[in-house]
Design a protein around this ligand. Structure first.
Ligand code: NAD
Length: 282
């Protein structure tokens, strides 16, 4: 691989993303002449451009790759030449490698959550987990949980059809996992308490305060993970910690998705501690 890297993030309203800083600091530390640009469809220059045109412009501009975020992770799939197994399983792409005229899609959110989980909750019981939120991130988390050895996954979403569709998908993509949609979280806890839960809804973000799981269901035997990372300490994690649960915040997924994307863009290993240190400067 050469001594330069040119990458970027495609999305809407991404001006405060921490991903560019993580990539640029890592490139600098490795002696690469690196540039990581924001391709923000809310900003002049990119506004009004469709995704196909943005991708072509990046290719023509010599980009090594792109990260892709809201609202393009599913739309981009149709514009690519090939998908990694993870991206094909989830049906969404957050990283595109542009090389030799080919566009290959990856899903590093999946590995990012899995790596954060393995490191942050290494001995968490994996028998039965509740996933709340079956959107794009929830689909990546569900596959990651299967890859981390979770045996049974209950999935709840306020849009019940999304939970059911994700459970159906997992039966194809991760047949070793027992996956089922649940409508009523309290009834699940009463009948068949999970060992852990993961919040993959936007509830708990600064703009959406609150929590998607009633606090009175939390007890010390339960581990609780949240993928929201602005703020890192969500209302759910605060309540869980107060009740004595082991908790995992959203920083691991955010850092490790960038670690793997850097490796895909450059062909070089990234230093997770260094990328985390940059993440934590925000
Ligand atoms: P999305 O809109 O695709 O999906 C969110 C899902 O949550 C939807 O299906 C929605 O119906 C459901 N939902 C919302 N409120 C709910 C509630 N109270 N109870 C049950 N279900 C509810 O969003 P997404 O792309 O999947 O992202 C979700 C959140 O994950 C984002 O807001 C972001 O904070 C976080 N995220 C974190 C990382 C990370 O690296 N840590 C990466 C991606 C996303």
């Amino acid at each position: 691989q050469c001594g330069t890297v040119l990458a970027g993030l495609v999305g809407r309203g991404i001006s405060r993303s921490r991903t560019p800083a993580m990539h640029m600091a890592e490139a600098r530390a490795q002696g690469l002449a690196g540039e990581y640009r924001l391709l923000d469809t809310d900003m002049p220059g990119w506004r009004g451009m469709d995704l196909a045109a943005i991708l072509s412009a990046a290719e023509a501009g010599g980009f090594d790759g792109l990260n892709v975020t809201y609202p393009f992770k599913v739309e981009i799939v149709a514009l690519l030449d090939a998908l990694s197994d993870n991206a094909a399983a989830v049906g969404a792409v957050n990283t595109v490698v542009l090389r030799g005229g080919r566009r290959v899609g990856h899903n590093t959110d999946l590995w990012g959550f899995a790596e954060g989980f393995r490191r942050g909750l290494p001995d968490a019981c994996r028998a039965h987990v509740l996933l709340v939120g079956a959107g794009g991130a929830g689909a990546a988390v569900a596959h990651a949980l299967a890859d981390c050895g979770v045996a049974r996954l209950s999935i709840h979403d306020s849009e019940g059809a999304r939970a059911a569709a994700l459970a159906d998908r997992l039966r194809q993509t991760r047949p070793g996992l027992v996956a089922a949609a649940v409508d009523d979280i309290a009834a699940l806890f009463a009948a068949d308490r999970p060992d852990g839960l993961v919040n993959a809804t936007p509830m708990g973000m600064a703009a959406l305060p609150g929590m998607a799981v009633p606090a009175d269901l939390l007890d010390p035997a339960l581990w609780v993970a949240d993928i929201v990372y602005v703020p890192l300490e969500t209302a759910l994690l605060r309540a869980a910690r107060a009740r004595g649960c082991r908790v995992l915040d959203g920083s691991g997924m955010a850092v490790f998705q960038a670690v793997r994307a850097f490796e895909l863009f450059t062909g070089r290993p990234a230093d997770p501690a260094r990328m985390r240190a940059t993440f934590e400067t925000f």
